[in-house]
Design a protein around this ligand. Sequence first.
Ligand SMILES: [Zn+2]
Ligand SMILES: [Zn+2]
Length: 353
Amino acid sequence: MPSHRPDQAVRLALELAELGWHILPLSPTSKRPLANCPDCRDTTTHAIERCVCIPAGRLCHGVRAATIDPNRITRWWNEHPDAIPGIAAGPSHLVLIDLDTHADQPPADPAAELLPGIDLAAKNIPAEQLADIRSGRDVLLLLAKLRGGPRPWPTGPEHQAVVVTTPSGGRHLWYRAPPGIDLRQAIGELGWQIDIKAGWSYGIAPSALTRRGPYTVLAGDPARPGRMPAWLEHEVRRAASRRALPKGLPKPLPTQVRPSGQAGPSAYLTTVIERGAAELTRLHDGRQRALSALAYKAGGLLAWSGLPRSDVETRLIDIGTASGLPDRLARRVVTRAIANGVARPLPEPGRKA
Ligand SMILES: [Zn+2]
Ligand SMILES: [Zn+2]
């Protein structure tokens, strides 16, 4: 393990960048991307396509700013020496399988909820086997067994992930992204306590040191992350492929107001979210409920808005944590409520029956 030298973070960032891992600085307290400048923070008027900060090498927009440029990285860490190196998954051509171990209660109906989309009741898995499941690793092993695959941590060097233990006892498996497919972040969609970080999402760098402990590399080589075994790649595609918009819905619009002054669907939803955010920061009680209601509404408008789900999720989680909710709780509230909202789309605003 590297020692706690003050330059450990930037040295790690530079080493990984040299291997093509795209780096972004994360807050040492929240482990989320550092804050945007005030212009970039105003998502009601700011269009990322026209952002001047990213080309100028500023760190606004987190993963979008991620880079392998050593000068940029050195400058960021000169300004934020405590920052934790984060890895932007998509730009680095990586997929992170994030296996959690929380003290959370296991799902009420394990046969239906451990592996969403797979009915375990129909697979004759003994109930006591399901009752023993405590972590994302257990769920991934179950999935591997169901799919007839080898263990999720196969020995063949071509499938050797960069395996990392996290301070909370979880595991990170960094794999080379399958070519020619557009993956997105999928929180809990593959399995209970399994998150897929891909596309415009990020994870903490292998070997990073945080206030809660080190992210220790157990196996694998960051210079040569292996490919996922075929069964796992298939499951990851199923859970995290970017879905095309349903037919008949309006095309995505840039996040801005049309010349007529009338807001387009994406701007409409953005406004709903930002108004909700402003209200949330004024609340003392009931923030969790308010965040859930806001995420539910956003989910209901999501398909119509054309905004990418991962962007909306990320923004809502940021809003939740900014209001003072713990990161983990904000994430759980938002992903659940969005999923519920998506399942019950709202009528197009202004055209209510
Ligand atoms: Zn900016
Ligand atoms: Zn910007």
